[in-house]
Each structure stands twice: as structure tokens, then as C-alpha cells.
Design a protein around this ligand. Structure first.
Ligand code: DNO
Ligand code: MN
Length: 361
């Protein structure tokens, strides 16, 4: 397990590279050019600026999250070919700085969605929260005002210029079914995976967050069957999944340790975080410990260990604790605590394997 940490870039993150360096076992940053709109080719000078920063702190740039997909690709419009060509050129450029894994998602219109970014918890910390009943009858514009209106940070996928076209986008998706969306993903992967293979890069689709349809939009990465179908679209190690335990875990029917075992070899990137799901379907992004939420985090880490996982992992989101002012879900403290929990379980697995070997020999 190679531990990495998401960083939004200089001037765009409250956490510094020097701070990340002090978290034990973190070897690389998970990065992206957040100011390049989805669909455009990434400029080399901006990529090199990241490379210099990473080098100066002894981090690698192996994992990009995300090279976002233009909605015309998800909609299957004729203009998609242009955006797919740009995507291929971006892959070639990323290979020159050593990128090995590209995370992306195929959610129409929005990236992840929550009804509350700073929901207060009993201990005084705050966390990302989803009130399921509220989202069911919420006007998407209300949500946009709430999330994109956050003056401190622009959230990936929630860029104001994109969201300005929201009404048009919703209209464009009106007749797109899940089967259509999956065939548009197949079209994308059939062209992109051979290029990724050529550059020894693994594409890793992120699950839908939350893992059920919202605002009447189609969703195709919600559970085990969806992921199986996507991996089968193009049977190559370069067509992989970012197995996000928090996104999938918002549906308690998802057995994530079983998915880790089934999809071993096709998981270049693991997002490992907990959520606490309530009986009414609401969920809050709680601390990483298994007993703090509904997701079996230690079981997941054990499954990764058992299957010889050698990919990248990050703690994904954390709570906001110790009065930290930060991007929603992306503070320093709770993510660092999460990493230490993941390492603790991992090292215990290592130790017990050694002890078993010694006992046998
Ligand atoms: C949610 C997060 C997401 C993720 C993007 C991937 O669990 O990991 O924000 O980064 O959806 O494109
Ligand atoms: Mn995730």
C-alpha cells in the first residue's frame, strides 16, 4: 500500500507540502490542475510547476485526481471526439512526469453532493453530511448556491462557469438512460485505455457519490454489479477502479471488503474513509475507525493486505477538528489521524503474517 495525500496546490489549499511531509509514510501527492476546465488539454508549463514543487519536497506525482471528463463525452455528443483527443494528449504529457494512475468520474453534471458541508457533531467537530430526504426534493440550484457559493474555495466540479450552464445541462441529460451513459463510457474507454496502456498508466473510475441517482440524473457506478460491468467493458489492467469506501459505503448493502477481494488487480487507487449511515438513509463522514461508522474499515484494510495490494491509497475526506479552517473534507488533522489508523491496521496484518510464517517454519 503506497500512501498518498490529496493536495489542491499552492494558494488553493490551507495545508502545506511541508506539513504533509510530517505525516508518516506519505510518499506522494494526489494532484490536478484545478484551474483547467474539463475537456481542455493540460498545459505542460503548469504540469512542470507541480513537478518542481513535488520534487522540492521529495514527493512523487504518480496519482492525478482528477482529469475531469467533459459533459459532451458523457452525453455522447459528436463534439466528444475533440475532447477525447485532448484527453489523450493530456495522458501523454502526464506520463512525462511519471504519472501512473488517473482517477476520474462519470457522474453527470455534478461531482460529489452533500446537503451540509460543516454539520456539527456531538464532540464539536464538523463533517460533510447528507440529508437524504432533503436532497430528494431539493432544487439543484439551491444546492449550487450553497456549495458553489462558499466564498473561500472553489470545489472541483463546482466551478461557477460550468454551473452557469446548469439549466441547459439538465435539459441535455433529460433522455439519457443508464444504458446510454454506460455506452458513452464504453466509447470513451475504448479509445482511452489503449493510450493509457501505451504509457503504462491506469485509469481508475471513482464511484458515484452518493451511490444512488439524484435530481433524476442517471448513475452507473453505484455498486458491485456496476463496477463489474465497467471493468468488463474493456478488459485491461489500465481500465480500473478507484475503490472509494466512503462513496460506496453510503449504501450499507455494498459489501466493500468483498469488492476489494473480487476486484483485486483492478484497483490501482483506494480511497479509504468511513461514513455513518442512519436508518433514514442520512449519512455523515465520520472518523476512520471501524466502530465510529457503518463501514468496516479494518476489514477493508485486511482485505487489501490479504490480496497483496500494491496500489495507492489515500484517507479521502476527514472531519474538521481542532478548530481547523480548511476546504470541506480536506483538512490536515483528521486525514492525518486517518492515515495513522490505516497504517496501524496494515502493520498489524504484516506482523501477524510474519508471526504465522515463523510458526510454520
Ligand atoms: C469523494 C471524493 C471525490 C472524488 C472525485 C473523483 O469521495 O473522493 O471528490 O475526488 O469524485 O473524480
Ligand atoms: Mn472518494
Amino acid at each position: 500500500m503506497k500512501m498518498v495525500f490529496r493536495w489542491y496546490g499552492e494558494g488553493n489549499d490551507t495545508v502545506t507540502l511541508a506539513q504533509i511531509k510530517q505525516i508518516p509514510g506519505v510518499e506522494g501527492i494526489v494532484w490536478a490542475l484545478h484551474d483547467v476546465p474539463a475537456g481542455e488539454e493540460w498545459p505542460m508549463d503548469k504540469i512542470m510547476a507541480y513537478k518542481r514543487l513535488a520534487d522540492a519536497h521529495g514527493f512523487h506525482l504518480d496519482v492525478v485526481e482528477s482529469v475531469n471528463i467533459h459533459d459532451d463525452i458523457k452525453l455522447g455528443l459528436p463534439s466528444r471526439d475533440l475532447y477525447i483527443e485532448n484527453y489523450k494528449r493530456t495522458i501523454a504529457k502526464l506520463a512525462t512526469v511519471g504519472v501512473k494512475t488517473i482517477c476520474y468520474n462519470f457522474m453527470p453534471v455534478f461531482d460529489w453532493v452533500r446537503t451540509d458541508l460543516y454539520k456539527e457533531m456531538e464532540d464539536g467537530s464538523t463533517a460533510l453530511f447528507m440529508e437524504k430526504a432533503k436532497i430528494a426534493d431539493m432544487d439543484p440550484m439551491e444546492l449550487v448556491r450553497k456549495i458553489a457559493g462558499n466564498p473561500a474555495f472553489t470545489m472541483p466540479g463546482w466551478e461557477p462557469e460550468r454551473l452557469g450552464k446548469l439549466t441547459e445541462l439538465f435539459a441535455a441529460y433529460r433522455d439519457v438512460t443508464e444504458a446510454d451513459l454506460r455506452s458513452h463510457l464504453a466509447y470513451f474507454l475504448e479509445q482511452i485505455v489503449p493510450v493509457a496502456e501505451h504509457y503504462d498508466i491506469k485509469m481508475a473510475i471513482h464511484p458515484d457519490d452518493p451511490p444512488y441517482p439524484i435530481f433524476g440524473l442517471p448513475r452507473i457506478v453505484k455498486n458491485r454489479d456496476d463496477i463489474r460491468a465497467i471493468l468488463d467493458l474493456v478488459d485491461s489492467p489500465s481500465n480500473g477502479v478507484t475503490l472509494c469506501s466512503g462513496s460506496l459505503g453510503a449504501n450499507p448493502d455494498n459489501d466493500i471488503p468483498a469488492m476489494v477481494r473480487e476486484f483485486a488487480g483492478r484497483i490501482p487507487f483506494a480511497h479509504i474513509r468511513n461514513v455513518k449511515v442512519y436508518d433514514n438513509g442520512d449519512f455523515i463522514e465520520t472518523s476512520h475507525r471501524t466502530q465510529d461508522g457503518t463501514v468496516d474499515i479494518s476489514g477493508i484494510v485486511m482485505a487489501y493486505h490479504d490480496t497483496g495490494f500494491n496500489g495507492y491509497a489515500r484517507p479521502d475526506h476527514g472531519r474538521h477538528i481542532w478548530d481547523e479552517k480548511c476546504r470541506p473534507g480536506y483538512g490536515l488533522y483528521d486525514r492525518a489521524l486517518g492515515i495513522m489508523y490505516l497504517w496501524g491496521v496494515w502493520d498489524a496484518c504484516e506482523r501477524s503474517r510474519q508471526t504465522t510464517k515463523e510458526a510454520i517454519s
